[in-house]
Write a protein that binds this ligand. Structure first.
Ligand SMILES: Nc1nc2c(ncn2[C@@H]2O[C@H](COP(=O)(O)OP(=O)(O)OP(=O)(O)O)[C@@H](O)[C@H]2O)c(=O)[nH]1
Ligand SMILES: *[C@@H]1O[C@H](CO)[C@@H](O)[C@H](O)[C@H]1NC(C)=O
Ligand SMILES: *[C@@H]1O[C@H](CO)[C@@H](O)[C@H](O)[C@H]1NC(C)=O
Ligand SMILES: [Mg+2]
Length: 439
């Protein structure tokens, strides 16, 4: 009897306690979602669950099913029904925990939803669930409702869905259309050469992403792409590592690009160097980009016509300062390249454009090699080599690519440019293993 009284008092206490817990609400960027979650002139759905009372009833199906839910029955089974508490999940606490003025950003198409969810799961599990940084999704066409709902469910932090203005995405007016069409028709031997949208994408990623209205709210960004994989726990906030170590641009892998995508990029850069010497940093990484050696890539001959050795930071991963890209030096650099038309008359990638920009305009010690992230974007992977780090960070590095081919880390394997970075960049340095927290 005493025991039973105790149990019922405990249940009563629970019933009183649980509904009183305070939840923080996030107004979604998507208005359709907001109107479902926060109906006008009514308390949010979540509040209704908390004020549940068996006496109330509603003709609205969702509300009715919510009102049949008694929070005092937490953890118990319910009778089967064909409704689910979608709103409950959208209403989770998305308050940012990480201390930096930063966001994760993904340019992505609606049809890439599956790959976007795979990437999100991996980055949330390995990093962001502990920090709840927001996600900014960018698209040249509006995101569809399924994309918005599913990615919002996958995110631990707030989510924003942004439509890129056409003038930031489409070919600029100064491009000669005939010359552009002629090149497009004659670029079947160039990787992604014949694709119009790929040129818009590279142009956008080179000079426009950091000016998007939503991104003006942040100082740092973490660029991600659908289908990439993070294979180790982060165990630290990479934005904080960047800020505390006075870094501006962070990368994982560096590789040589295809020469036929950028025949005139380097000559155009040389014009920039001549015209704007004031923007070059005195301690820049020019020597990383240029070489007269023949054995640049471990005995593979340097086949290039220019001084530029085609090394580029693989820009599908970037953790960097938006302020740098919005600054005067990068602005002058991008405008100079843009005027030449090379983004459309050739197929310049945003990777060599970013790389040459940061290597010339920054102090080379402001560029940071994240050697311990554990990262895969087909067809390459970068993984820590230290056994200590692999264990502390619970890494599961891939040994096979998606197509089943054997896969090995690309840090010191030809044609990696990382050894060049160690020698001509900011040196071969690592985070102290002792700083990883064992969990
Ligand atoms: N919204 C939108 N996103 C795009 C478009 N083209 C590419 N993207 C995104 O831009 C990023 C780079 O495109 P990818 O197709 O991955 O290019 P890539 O990494 O050079 O090539 P892959 O080796 O195929 O991955 C990805 O995040 C894509 O989702 C486009 O036309 N519209
Ligand atoms: C974050 O950075 C942006 C861009 O510099 C700035 O406008 C904004 O005020 C900053 N926000 C906070 C909370 O510091
Ligand atoms: C590399 O070659 C260029 C062009 O031939 C020359 O101007 C430059 O001085 C050379 N650099 C070195 C380090 O030898
Ligand atoms: Mg990609």
């Amino acid at each position: 009897m005493v025991y039973l009284t105790f149990v019922s008092v405990a249940f009563l206490a629970l019933a009183l306690l649980i509904p009183r817990e305070s939840y923080k609400f996030h107004e979604f960027h998507d208005n359709a979602l907001n109107s479902r979650l926060y109906p006008v002139n009514e308390p949010p759905i979540w509040e209704k669950i908390k004020t549940w009372s068996p006496a109330k009833s509603s003709k609205n199906g969702i509300l009715q099913s919510l009102q049949q839910y008694n929070p005092a029955h937490i953890g118990q089974q319910k009778l089967s029904s064909n409704s689910f508490f979608e709103e409950v999940h959208f209403g989770k606490d998305r308050q940012q925990i990480g201390r930096e003025n930063a966001t994760i950003v993904m340019l992505v198409r609606n049809l890439e939803l599956k790959g976007a969810l795979d990437l999100m799961r991996s980055l949330e599990d390995r990093f962001n669930k502990d920090y709840k940084y927001p996600w900014v999704f960018l698209n040249d066409v509006p995101f569809d409702q399924e994309f918005i709902d599913k990615t919002t469910m996958m995110a631990s932090g707030k989510t924003y869905y942004e439509l890129i203005p056409p003038e930031d995405w489409n070919m600029p007016a100064h491009i000669d259309k005939d010359k552009f069409e002629h090149n497009l028709q004659n670029s079947w031997d160039v990787i992604y050469g014949p694709s119009r949208s790929y040129r818009n994408m590279c142009h956008f990623n080179s000079g426009y992403f950091y000016r998007q209205k939503r991104l003006l709210n942040y100082e740092w960004y973490f660029r991600v792409e659908p289908d990439v994989e993070y294979m180790c726990d982060f165990q630290y906030d990479p934005f904080t590592v960047m800020r505390e170590n006075k870094k501006v641009y962070g990368f994982v892998l560096a590789l040589p690009d295809y020469e036929n995508t950028i025949p005139t990029l380097w000559p155009t850069v040389e014009e920039f160097i001549e015209k704007y010497p004031q923007h070059l940093h005195p301690n820049n990484a020019y020597d990383f980009l240029t070489t007269n050696e023949t054995d640049v890539f471990f005995g593979v001959d340097n086949p290039h016509k220019h001084l530029y050795n085609l090394c580029h930071f693989w820009s599908n991963f970037e953790i960097a300062s938006l302020e740098f890209f919005r600054g005067e030096a990068y602005g002058a650099y991008f405008d100079h390249l843009d005027k030449s038309g090379g983004f459309y008359y050739e197929r310049w990638g945003d990777a060599p454009v970013h790389t040459i920009g940061v290597s010339l305009l920054l102090d080379r010690d402001e560029i940071y090699h994240f050697e311990d992230i554990g990262y895969y974007h087909a067809p390459y992977m970068g993984c820590p080599t230290s056994e200590d780090v692999l264990m502390a960070k619970r890494c599961i590095c891939r040994d096979k690519a998606f197509d089943g081919e054997p896969l090995k880390g690309m840090e010191v394997r030809p044609p990696s440019c990382i050894p060049r970075w160690w020698r001509y960049g900011s040196g071969k340095t690592f985070l102290n293993e002792a700083e990883y927290t064992f969990r």
